[in-house]
Design a protein around this ligand. Structure first.
Ligand code: URP
Ligand code: ZN
Length: 459
């Protein structure tokens, strides 16, 4: 039998193992994974790893934030994603009061739908929990957004939720199988430390670190976990940055509390000494990048599967936007690009450095996010019936990350100079080649909005 398209001779990787196999594709779907398949069209994958496309469940493209709008929009951001082997991203529809969640979702989809080059979903960002919001939950989940985000900070932005709001949302979403994610930092404590820094005349970039010590994250995470346990809800912690929080998470999961978490390459590979550089403000994000000891602990906790997901929190601000800080650390537009280098950095510093297997990498970048975010059975695996989102990855290709060559609309590169061994060369989205030999050959509109289901089997 001759299939439409066959990827031949590669090593097909899943969380469970690596096998030499061919992958047959019909239309948008994988229809067979076996040796000796033949196709009308064939792609030679000899010497390559055949990976499921990565999912980045935390991006902020075209986000109005900190007085500006993040520089990577849905097209440039998803193009960078495709080049980096990411075939699905999940962004946010963050409610701007008094708009409802459903109005916000419709508006965000109108912005994104025509522009995306890979598939995408949205988390619903709740900024004013009340009875009306509670009534919206089933409709929002039905619209394909079973995951929510609430902010324990950003009072000035009008985004902050209090503990009662968070508890009630955890309790309400649990009725429908939803999950609430949090940006966990203690706003009151940060404000106190900022006023003390003002008193002491501290304004420089390192003050971002001084005013956000570990306790500002660990306290908020412990509190959110307690609320989730009491409410019987499912909790997800976005952008975990501290080693101490990773240990809190390990203990909570050992107790059977339904809590899950991500960290990102910036927390694993960059540290707060960077804030002492002249361009230190380029690295400012919330929570801040931390210390080498935090990095070591986070690596440990992703290796032992306490942390189940790696995601980037891509929120690009170029140097002109970042320059508006004018020496005041509180005025820095917070965020950095990262989606394009998620996979090669994880491969180089995780697999290549001997920290974990390529199968563990696929669990963290593909299978776990698909399972936790309601895309199981469709995304995250190279298996019959799944979308043919496939990356041909050259494990020997060396590339030094640089602003000179990256695709993001950022004129600096947070991971500048890091040499990777292993790089994605070809990306297929639902059977269509969108990156060929490291050239983007897709277009805006190739991607589609993913109506996600309430996550299954999370615990
Ligand atoms: O500093 C960050 N992380 N900016 C993006 C918004 C958020 O908090 O995730
Ligand atoms: Zn956040």
């Amino acid at each position: 039998m001759q299939y439409e398209l066959v990827i031949k001779g590669g090593q097909v990787v899943s969380a469970a193992g690596t096998v030499k196999a061919d992958v047959a594709i019909k239309g948008e779907k994988i229809v067979a994974v076996a040796e000796g398949l033949s196709g009308k069209k064939e792609i030679d994958a000899t010497g390559k790893l055949v990976l499921p496309g990565a999912l980045d469940v935390h991006t902020h493209f075209q986000l109005p934030f900190c007085g500006t709008v993040s520089a990577d929009g849905f097209t440039s951001g998803s193009r960078a994603a495709a080049l980096g082997g990411v075939t699905t991203f999940i962004d946010f529809a963050i409610q701007s009061k008094p708009a409802t969640l459903m109005e916000t979702v419709a508006a965000r989809r109108a912005e994104a739908d025509p522009k995306v080059c890979v598939d995408y979903g949205l988390h619903a960002g709740i900024t004013d929990w009340n009875d009306e919001r509670a009534k919206e939950i089933p409709a929002v989940i039905e619209a394909g957004l079973p995951t929510f985000k609430m902010f324990m900070i950003y009072k000035g932005q009008g985004w902050q939720s209090n503990d009662g709001d968070l508890y009630a949302a955890l309790r309400e979403t649990a009725k429908y199988g939803g999950m609430v994610g949090v940006h966990a930092e203690n706003n009151d404590l940060i404000e106190l430390l900022q006023s003390e820094a003002d008193r002491d005349g501290l304004t420089g970039c390192y003050t971002h670190t001084i005013t956000r010590p570990d306790i500002t994250e660990t306290e908020a995470i412990a509190r959110a976990i307690n609320l989730a346990e009491a409410a019987g809800g499912t909790l997800y912690i976005f952008h975990m940055s501290t080693g101490a929080a990773a240990d809190i998470l390990r203990d909570a999961r050992a107790k059977g509390i339904n809590v899950h978490a991500e960290t990102g390459p910036h927390y694993l590979l960059l540290d707060d000494e960077l804030f002492k550089r002249e361009d230190g403000h380029h690295f400012a994000t919330c929570p801040p990048i931390r210390k080498p000891a935090d990095q070591a602990k986070l690596w440990e906790r992703i290796t032992d599967s306490t942390l189940e997901v790696l995601a980037t929190d891509t929120c690009t601000f170029n140097s002109e936007q970042k320059a508006t800080w004018n020496g005041d650390y509180k005025a820095i537009p917070f965020g950095m690009p990262g989606i394009e280098v998620l996979l090669p950095l994880t491969y180089t510093h995780g697999v290549g450095a001997g920290r974990f297997s390529v199968n563990h990498m696929v669990a963290m970048l593909s299978e776990n996010p698909a399972r936790l975010f309601g895309l199981e059975g469709r995304k995250g695996k190279i298996a019959e019936g799944h979308d043919a989102d496939i990356v041909l990855f050259d494990p020997d290709l060396k590339h030094t990350i640089s602003a000179e060559t990256h695709a993001t609309k950022c004129d600096y590169e947070p991971f500048e100079g890091i040499e990777c061994t292993g790089w994605p060369v070809t990306t297929l989205l639902r059977g269509k080649i969108i990156v060929w030999d490291r050239e983007f050959v897709g277009k805006a509109g190739d991607g589609t909005f993913l109506k996600r289901k309430p996550p299954v089997a999370i615990r």
